[in-house]
Design a protein around this ligand. Structure first.
Ligand code: UT7
Length: 350
């Protein structure tokens, strides 16, 4: 048992939907521009009383239920986020308390859009070494809180949400088959929230200049994202002794449908094998991959036994890719096998 798998997945997405039309009434943009340049139709926005830890908690509870695990059984909680409730204490500690995960150690991890895969990689090491048995990895964001709602070049892109995964030991060859992580701090300035940290502490001036909001050179990020995601995907497949042809479903970070198209094309993965849900959520950073895996499985696109490739890219710059032999994480497989058993002749009365 040196393998690691996602035993349960959960998501939490705010109810409020902000459409492209809503944004067109706030800044000079249009539904057509947003859709054709990004693939986004709408995004979720957390209500004023909801913070990142609240979304993380909702996703965590569902992930625990789907894994059939009690909060007391969790050994470690890792929250990947760029929008923590506050700079410290860690959002992970707030989740630990609210969840009642009394035995768990907890910390936050900041690798932006690659954060969930970074968290999975860290959690998997603890399980492989036998230090811990159950690790809860959460990607949770309230990006609407750090978006400049008067900047049309960024405000149309981001949304709020959370996805959580319970990692557990699994037989070798099941679950996570390989992970590749990378970073390039030489391009740290391309996406950032410049003020509010030790370099530029919060002041009246930083607030007046809107420096607590996301600043991004979108065109340059786009240019660097495509080759980095392709390279990481190729590396992780090679590491696991697999080929692109073996991949049943590619689940990329959802930042821009054009980035995803370009990555799929360069890898040689046709559209039918690429999962997209950006139209509904926009870019939810660290929550993007767990929410996509959840949607893929509950939507019937991902089944136990499938080979899944995941890849992400974001601020830092950071990137990551992971390849999985999927073992089922939302109870869909159990529900399906129950339906099948009910449909078998002679079992109707049972
Ligand atoms: O999660 C990882 C981090 N983020 C990303 O991966 C984002 C990567 N970048 C992107 O997704 C794209 O670069 C954007 C969607 C941000 C922008 O798309 P683009 O095709 O690169 O557009 P652009 O920045 O080159 O801008 C083209 C034009 C500009 O007008 P001019 O200078 O050509 O007259 C912009 O001012 O589009 C204009 N524009 C807009 N027009 C209408 C920029 N934003 C908007 C908007 N509505 N919302």
């Amino acid at each position: 048992m040196t393998g690691v798998t996602i035993r349960g997945l959960g998501v939490s997405l705010p109810e409020e939907i902000r459409t492209n039309a809503d944004l067109a009434s706030m800044v000079e943009t249009s539904h057509e521009w947003i859709l054709t340049r990004t693939g986004i139709v709408e995004r979720r926005i957390a209500s004023a009383t909801v913070a990142t830890s609240d979304l993380a908690l909702g996703a965590a509870r569902q992930a625990l239920a789907n894994a059939g695990v009690e909060a007391e059984e969790i050994d470690l909680i890792i929250v990947a986020t760029v929008t923590p409730d506050m700079l410290f204490p860690a959002t992970g500690c707030l989740v630990q308390e609210a969840l009642g995960a009394r035995r768990a150690a907890s910390f936050d991890l900041e690798a932006a859009c690659s954060g969930f895969l970074y968290g999975v990689s860290v959690g998997a090491q603890f399980i492989r070494t036998g230090t811990y048995r159950r690790v809860l990895v959460i990607g949770a964001e309230t990006l609407s809180r750090i978006v400049d709602w008067s900047d049309r070049s960024t405000c149309v892109l981001f949304g709020d949400g959370a996805g959580a995964a319970v990692l557990e030991p699994a037989p070798e060859g099941e679950g996570l088959l390989g992970v590749v992580l990378g970073a390039d701090g030489g391009h740290a300035d391309l996406i950032s929230q410049p003020a509010g940290g030790s370099r530029r502490p919060a002041s009246l001036e930083t607030v007046l200049q809107g420096e607590h909001t996301i600043r991004m050179n979108g065109r340059e990020v786009f240019r660097l994202a495509v080759p980095a995601m392709v390279r990481a995907s190729e590396q992780v497949l090679a590491q696991a002794g697999l080929r692109v042809a073996d991949v049943d479903l590619f689940v990329p970070h959802q930042a821009n449908a054009r980035i995803i198209d370009a990555v799929g094309e360069r890898l040689g993965i046709e559209r039918e094998r690429v999962f997209l849900n950006i139209e509904r959520y926009g870019n939810i950073s660290s929550a993007s991959i767990p929410v996509s895996l959840y949607d893929a499985e509950t939507g019937g696109r991902l089944r136990p036994g499938d080979l899944v490739l995941t890849a992400a890219f974001g601020a830092g710059l950071t990137w990551a890719a992971a390849v999985w032999r999927w073992t089922g994480a939302t109870g869909q497989d159990r529900a399906l096998s129950r339906v099948r058993s009910l449909l078998e002749p002679g079992t109707w009365e049972s």
